[in-house]
Design a protein around this ligand. Structure first.
Ligand SMILES: NC(=O)c1ccc[n+]([C@@H]2O[C@H](COP(=O)([O-])OP(=O)(O)OC[C@H]3O[C@@H](n4cnc5c(N)ncnc54)[C@H](O)[C@@H]3O)[C@@H](O)[C@H]2O)c1
Ligand SMILES: [Zn+2]
Length: 349
């Protein structure tokens, strides 16, 4: 068992890996406890929790809304939840984001803990204190920064996860390795088979290393004024690909990272063999790395989306697998580099 501490402005969070859901009781205070979860997670793992009141929410991004929050507020009221109560959120990133938001706003804040049950939620969504809901299809528009008291990560819960969800989470693990930890990249390269077979030891190493990286970044820059932007590696093109290319978030981030690595190499920041290593790793983990559409169109899409923030955007550049920097670039330059890189790719194939 390992404990990683996150020191947020509004409180400290203890993230525990290598723990079992069956030990949840050890982390709970006395008093009323209310569990927020969704149907599939409750069915798969609810019986491992100590007896407590349960509020069930829906699944999918359409359940991460103010309407869903309102239903939960009403449920909390019905169960006579107050600030002496404790809320536990158990589920994927959707349940974790929604629970954090509801717990932090109901009666100006009820203490809460999270049990992430997807790989993505364990390595990313449950860690870092960002939570919130979508508004009119725009993601995470309403929310707060607030830290849970604990995050309990049990990799055994990932056994019931569809394969696609494992790959989604792996993309974020590759991201953490690429920006900050060459050794984690090496581990992913040599242990692909164990990881895809969900060996608990291999998964535990990934989850612990990933959380350490994210926690270190968040501890230095909780509110995303500088360094936390590193965690957006692969996400500039990733978000555009998710919307335009019909890819899942993890697949889109994988392709987004491959593009960012390609652009870094085109600019002479990254050695071409390191770039190829990233492509090979993504392929071996069952993730895509080639854009399914002309990436120059994606730059136009990115520019259109972000125009309100000025002419430039912060882009994460790779220096090697394990080291990245954030530097602004204007859209025109980004378009030019993308063009140069894409011509090179088309020429090679
Ligand atoms: N707050 C953050 O910093 C942060 C970071 C990254 C992502 N996110 C958010 O996370 C969300 C995506 O989360 P996700 O990828 O975990 O998806 P998700 O929460 O939709 O979960 C995927 C599906 O798997 C099911 N499921 C969950 N755990 C299961 C298990 N152990 N066994 C069987 N089925 C299970 C769920 O019911 C759900 O239908 C997005 O809304 C994203 O914005 C937040
Ligand atoms: Zn992501």
């Amino acid at each position: 068992m390992k404990t990683i501490e996150i020191r947020g402005t509004a409180g400290r969070c203890r993230v525990v890996t290598g723990e079992r859901l069956e030990n949840l009781g050890r982390y709970l205070p006395g008093g009323k406890i209310i569990l927020i979860t969704d149907g599939p997670v409750r069915k798969a793992h609810g019986q491992k929790c100590p007896p407590m009141e349960v509020l069930e929410t829906g699944t999918g991004e359409r359940s991460k809304t103010l309407d869903a929050a309102l239903e939960l507020y009403e449920g909390l009221l019905r169960l006579e939840c107050d600030r002496s109560s404790f809320i536990v959120g158990m589920g994927g990133g959707i349940v974790c984001d929604l629970t954090g938001f509801v717990a932090s706003t109901y009666m100006r804040g009820v203490p809460f803990g999270l049990i992430p049950t997807t790989l993505l939620a364990q390595v990313d969504a449950a860690v870092g204190g960002k939570n919130g809901v979508n508004l009119r299809g725009y993601k995470n528009m309403i929310g707060v920064f607030s830290q849970p008291r604990f995050v309990l990560c049990d990799v055994n819960l990932l056994g019931t996860l569809p394969h696609r969800e494992i790959r989604n989470g792996l993309a974020e693990v590759v991201k953490h390795g690429a920006i900050a930890d060459g050794k984690l990249i090496g581990f992913l390269e040599t242990h692909g088979r164990e990881i895809l077979n969900r060996s608990p030891d291999a998964l535990e190493r990934l989850v612990t290393d990933s959380i350490r990286i994210k926690a270190a970044v968040v501890n230095r820059d909780e509110r995303e004024r500088g360094e936390r932007r590193l965690l957006n590696f692969g996400h500039t093109f990733g978000h555009a690909l998710e919307r335009e290319g019909g890819l899942s978030h993890g697949e889109a981030v994988a392709v987004g990272m491959a593009i960012a690595a390609g652009l870094s190499a085109t600019r002479g920041l990254l050695a071409p063999p390191e770039c190829r290593r990233l492509y090979d790793l993504l392929r071996d983990l069952g993730l895509p790395f080639r854009p399914p559409m002309d990436p120059e169109n994606l730059v136009r899409q990115i520019a259109k989306d972000k125009k309100r923030r000025g002419d430039y955007l912060y882009f994460v550049w790779l220096h090697r697998l394990g080291e990245a920097v954030v530097e602004p670039i204007n859209y025109h330059e980004l378009e030019e580099i993308t063009h140069m890189w894409w011509q090179g790719v088309l020429h090679e194939s």
